[in-house]
Design a protein around this ligand. Structure first.
Ligand code: SF4
Length: 343
C-alpha cells in the first residue's frame, strides 16, 4: 500500500493521471531472426508456429497506420526481426515508411535492432519520434537470456540514438526466471541513463511454445503492479508502458497498474506475434476508468537528468552494485533483502 501510494503520488506530480498514450505495434518484418533471445518466437533457431514475412510494402504500412489512428492510436511502432540495421534498399524502405506515417500526424517509433550513429541520424531526418531498444533484464541475467550479443551492445545503440534528436524507448521483461535483484538491476541501469528514457515498456513474459522459455509460469499480477510502481518512482518523468502480457491481466489488475503510474499501452489484437486485447475492449476499459487517449506529440515532461552524485549504475564487476544518494546497497545486503527489494 505504501509503495502504491508513493508511486501514485509521484505519478500525479509529473503527469495527467487520466491520460494514457496508445501505441500500435506493427511487425513490418516477421521471423527468421538470427539472434537467440530466449523469450522470442521470431528467432529462426526456435521451432515456433510463426509465419515469417519479408519487409512490408509502404502502402500496406500506411493502410495499417490509418486504421490504428482511426482506432485511437497516436503512435505507430514498427518492429523488424533484425539483428541490426543494414544500409541498403530495405533501410531506405523503412525510411520511406517513417516519412509516410509522419505525414499522417502520428508519432513514429521503430524497433529494428542495433543501430549506428549515422543510421540514427538518418531516421531522425526522416521524422522518427522514438527508437525502441530494450535492455530486457539486468546486466547479470542478460547472458542467461541472450548469447548472440552483449548488454553493452544495447547500451551502445541507445547511446547512438541519444546522439540524434530521436527519443529513447527502453524497458524490459519480467517473468523470465530472473531474481528480484535482476528486476531492480534493470531499473537501476535504465534510471541511470542520462537523460532517463522518455519511455519504459514493462512486459510480462508471454511464454511461447518452441522457445526456451515455453514452460515459464505466468507472473502474478501483483508482481507487475509492483514493477510498474517501482519504475514510476525511479523514473518520475518517463512514460511507463504496460506492454506484453495484458491478455492475462484482469481489468482490475490493469487499473491498479494505471493507478501505480503506467500511462501507456499497446493497442491492437497482436503485439508483433503474440496476442493482445482487442482495441474495442481497451476503449471500453478506458471509458470505465475515465481514461482518455493522449493526443500525438503532446508535450510530456522532459526526462530526468541524472546528477553525478546520483549515478547509480556501475558496470559488472565493480562494487557496490546499487546506490542511491546517501545510501549504498551491496550485493550481499541486497541478497539479505531478497523478497523486499521493490520496497
Ligand atoms: S527479440 Fe528481436 S533480436 Fe531477439 S530474436 Fe526476437 S526479433 Fe530477434
Amino acid at each position: 500500500m505504501d509503495l502504491l501510494y508513493e508511486a501514485a503520488t509521484v505519478h500525479r506530480l509529473h503527469h495527467d493521471p487520466n491520460t494514457v498514450q496508445v501505441s500500435t505495434l506493427l511487425s513490418i518484418k516477421t521471423g527468421g531472426c538470427p539472434e537467440d533471445c530466449g523469450y522470442c518466437p521470431q528467432a529462426a533457431r526456435y521451432h515456433t508456429n510463426i509465419e515469417g514475412n519479408d519487409l512490408m510494402g509502404v502502402p500496406q504500412v500506411k493502410a495499417q497506420a490509418l486504421r490504428a489512428k482511426a482506432a485511437g492510436s497516436s503512435r505507430v511502432c514498427m518492429g523488424a526481426a533484425w539483428r541490426n540495421v543494414k544500409d541498403g534498399p530495405e533501410f531506405e524502405q523503412v525510411l520511406e515508411m517513417v516519412r509516410t506515417i509522419n505525414k499522417l500526424d502520428m508519432e513514429v517509433c521503430c524497433t529494428l535492432g542495433m543501430l549506428t550513429e549515422n543510421q540514427a541520424k538518418r531516421l531522425a531526418e526522416a521524422g522518427l519520434y522514438a527508437y525502441n531498444h530494450n535492455l530486457d533484464t539486468s546486466e547479470d541475467y542478460y547472458k542467461d537470456v541472450i548469447s548472440t550479443r552483449a548488454f553493452e551492445d544495447r547500451l551502445e545503440t541507445i547511446d547512438n540514438v541519444r546522439k540524434s534528436n530521436v527519443t529513447v524507448c527502453s524497458g524490459g521483461i519480467i517473468g523470465m526466471g530472473e531474481a528480484l535483484e535482476d528486476r531492480a538491476g534493470m531499473l537501476v541501469a535504465l534510471a541511470s541513463l542520462n537523460p532517463q528514457p522518455e519511455s519504459v515498456p514493462i512486459n510480462a513474459l508471454v511464454a511461447v511454445e518452441g522457445t526456451p522459455m515455453a514452460d515459464m509460469e505466468p507472473i502474478p499480477i501483483w508482481q507487475m503492479i509492483r514493477m510498474v510502481a517501482t519504475t514510476r518512482i525511479v523514473m518520475p518523468q518517463t512514460q511507463v508502458r504496460l506492454s506484453a502480457g495484458r491478455t492475462e491481466m484482469s481489468r482490475e489488475g490493469q487499473a491498479m497498474c494505471f493507478f501505480a503510474g503506467a500511462n501507456s499501452i499497446f493497442a491492437g489484437d497482436k503485439l508483433l506475434t503474440t496476442p493482445n486485447p482487442d482495441v474495442n475492449e481497451d476503449m471500453d476499459m478506458f471509458k470505465l476508468l475515465g481514461l482518455t487517449p493522449q493526443k500525438p506529440f503532446t508535450k510530456i515532461s522532459q526526462p530526468k537528468t541524472v546528477e553525478a552524485s546520483e549515478s547509480a549504475y556501475q558496470p559488472l564487476g565493480e562494487k557496490p552494485r546499487w546506490t542511491r544518494p546517501g545510501h549504498t546497497i551491496t550485493r550481499n545486503e541486497a541478497a539479505k533483502k531478497k523478497g523486499n527489494l521493490a520496497n
